[in-house]
Design a protein around this ligand. Structure first.
Ligand code: ZN
Length: 63
């Protein structure tokens, strides 16, 4: 069992500039191995270096 989950994302961070939040089309920023929407606050996981931009998979802000 390799500790893969703690590895930082391997994709090019500049790609984030071209991605948009699937829920609100807001801008995303890379934060601690996840993509955070600046507009609605949803957090999208990055799994094996691939951003999972699926609204159903997003963690919504708790407040
Ligand atoms: Zn959003």
């Amino acid at each position: 069992m390799a500790d893969e989950s703690r590895r930082s994302p391997s994709f090019d961070p500049s790609v984030v500039d071209r991605l948009a939040c699937p829920a609100c089309l807001g801008k995303l920023r890379l934060e601690e191995g996840a993509l955070v929407c600046a507009a609605c606050g949803r957090t999208y996981p990055v799994i094996d270096g691939i951003p999972v931009l699926i609204a159903d998979r997003a963690a919504e802000p708790s407040h």
